[in-house]
Design a protein around this ligand. Structure first.
Ligand code: G6P
Ligand code: ZN
Length: 544
């Protein structure tokens, strides 16, 4: 007889699963009932069939193990039959997605705040993924949020903590809990997609790289795949041990937070490839010797070359990118004669396209790239695809980039972030700008004249659901573009993102400074949105 205990509770305001799950400060999650309410609301909303399988794992940040133990007990009390949990509580987001699919789980709980810092004073997060392995779509997250507002009890069982460090299966109030190797199945999947022999041969021939795991989840994955299976020298993976506070850093693979890697790649001792991934392993940073590749360009360059990898030899069904991502991939799609879909920000919007076989590769300006192999973006996958292409083609990152631009032209691109601004001011800025959009066509800002301006709205071609208010776009006569959007992933105040893009044809200046090429657009963005007037800021905090 299994004793299910009912714990009375009261709703918490603000348990809104944002772009990528519920993200809050650790202190918020540490309030009695806070995490439990949310997890119970997930189960109440998705109503698992009796005996269903649930995958649980996280990026190893502070609170990971505590919340996993609670989630296991709540799952047992809610009728799950089996939980698969990564050893040490570790599962990268793409590995969790793969495990859900591989084991036909009904879903999974991924505990992460992605690239946000970790530790007692930093961030934590809980995300629910559905049976296809992808983030819950808005219908599900909406139901979860609605449930958090009326919840009055959560269910648990009084069982001791599971030993998360010992592989094997134990029973928790009749539910089987299996502690699995977090890396093995994922690494095996990568071997089916990529030409490991070609990469090994390149490594034997002197190809070198550095992978910065940023003291986050990808360390064990990268060491197994890059060093053990592909033969890169020991020490190729740096910061390879997952730490609860990521060593005090932001595990965000960009030029600011991965500066040591960036500096190495721009210096005289650069290896052939520099790469990094974020807290939960779904983002990627790619830098060649002396050549930074923007995520938007990376998507386009991978799409143009990925047929050399065994998993993609049949060609691409389509390409998908988020709206603020540059249109570089659109040109590749046109050349390949396939569709290119433009979705709102957030990986979940790719799920239907991937499930329907309409897209093979997807990418976002926020350093996310992935394919139909899982239903999340996948940092190491992108690194391996780059490695596969470079190894087979015997070309450097820089040469590949130049070749690409000489064929397709170049979409100069940057994103300016204004972080931690007052939420009220940010909302006013966006509201004023939205009101002004209909009046902008024909207006001039320096040498730029506005052709069109709108608020991006997306109709999913598969289920026809509509997502409106997904960013404000100002498009200029020369094809340049500015997009304004408020971040959906921050935990403090608001972050204004300004995305700047200018297309230069193949006959134009292909190797100019990005900031110089975008100077007119940057000035126009400030004027159009009144950034300084609303925020008091005169410069962005981060440029990616
Ligand atoms: C997460 C999601 C991405 C999305 C990004 C946007 O990383 O997984 O799919 O692109 O958030 O974040 P933002 O802060 O711009 O809303
Ligand atoms: Zn992430």
């Amino acid at each position: 007889m299994i004793m299910i205990r009912t714990v009375p509770t009261q709703p918490f305001e603000g348990q809104v699963p944002g772009t990528s799950g519920l993200r809050k400060k650790v202190r918020v999650f540490q309030q009695a009932n806070y995490a439990e309410n949310f997890i119970q609301s997930v189960f109440d909303a998705v109503r698992p069939e009796a005996g269903a399988t649930l995958v649980i794992g996280g990026d190893g940040r502070f609170l990971n193990r505590t919340v996993i133990q609670q989630a296991i007990r709540i799952a047992a009390a809610n009728g799950y039959g089996r939980v698969l949990v990564g050893r040490g509580g570790i599962l990268s987001t793409p590995a969790a997605s793969h495990l859900i699919r591989l084991n036909r789980a009904s879903g999974g709980l991924i505990l992460s705040a992605s690239h946000n810092p970790g530790g007692p004073d930093e961030d934590f997060g809980i995300k629910y993924n559905i049976a296809n392995g992808g983030p819950a779509p808005e219908g599900v997250t909406g139901a979860i949020h609605a449930r958090t507002l009326e919840i009055d009890r959560w269910l648990t069982v009084d069982t001791p903590d599971v030993d998360l460090d010992t592989p094997g299966t134990v029973a928790v109030a009749g539910m089987a809990v299996t502690v699995v190797d977090p890396v093995a199945d994922y690494a095996d999947l990568m071997e089916t997609l990529f030409d490991f022999a070609a990469i090994r041969a390149a490594v034997a021939g002197g190809f070198t790289m550095r992978f910065d795991a940023m003291s986050a989840v990808t360390g064990p994955y990268a060491i197994e795949i890059l060093e053990n299976r592909l033969g890169f020298a020991r020490g190729t993976v740096v910061n390879g041990v997952p730490l609860e506070d990521f060593g005090g850093h932001h595990p965000d693979p960009n030029m600011i937070h991965a500066k040591p890697l960036f500096d190495l790649m721009m210096g005289p001792d650069a290896p052939d490839l520099g790469a990094a991934s974020d807290g939960d392993g779904d983002r990627n940073l790619i830098i060649g010797r002396g050549r930074f590749v923007t995520p938007s360009d990376s998507l386009a360059m991978l799409a143009a070359n990925m047929h050399v990898a065994p998993g993609y030899r049949a060609g691409l069904k389509g390409i998908a990118r988020s709206m603020p991502t540059s249109a570089a991939a659109d040109r590749v799609a046109a050349a390949l004669g396939i569709a290119c879909y433009e979705t709102p920000t957030g990986w979940k919007f790719f799920g239907n396209l991937l499930d329907a076989g309409m897209a093979t590769i997807c990418g976002e300006e926020s350093a996310g790239t992935g394919s139909d192999h899982v239903r999340e973006k996948d940092g190491l996958w992108a690194v391996l695809l780059w490695l596969n292409i470079l190894a087979v083609r015997g070309i450097s990152v820089d040469a590949l980039a130049r070749e690409h631009w000489a064929r397709f032209g170049r979409n100069y691109y940057a994103r300016h972030d204004y972080e931690g601004i007052d939420s009220g001011a940010a909302n006013t800025l966006m509201a004023e700008l939205k009101d002004k959009l209909p009046t902008l066509a024909g207006a001039s800002f320096g040498p730029l004249s506005v052709q069109a301006a709108d608020s991006f709205s997306y109709t999913d071609p598969v289920d026809h659901s509509v997502s409106s208010n997904q960013g404000l776009r100002v498009i200029f006569a020369d094809g340049s573009r500015i997009v304004f959007r408020l971040s959906g992933t921050g935990t403090q105040g608001a972050t204004l993102r300004v995305y700047l893009e200018r297309y230069e044809p193949a006959s134009g200046a292909l190797d100019a400074e990005t900031s110089a090429m975008l100077a007119d657009l940057i000035a126009a963005a400030g004027t159009i949105a009144g950034i300084t007037r609303h925020t008091g800021r005169t410069a962005p905090d981060v440029i990616t």
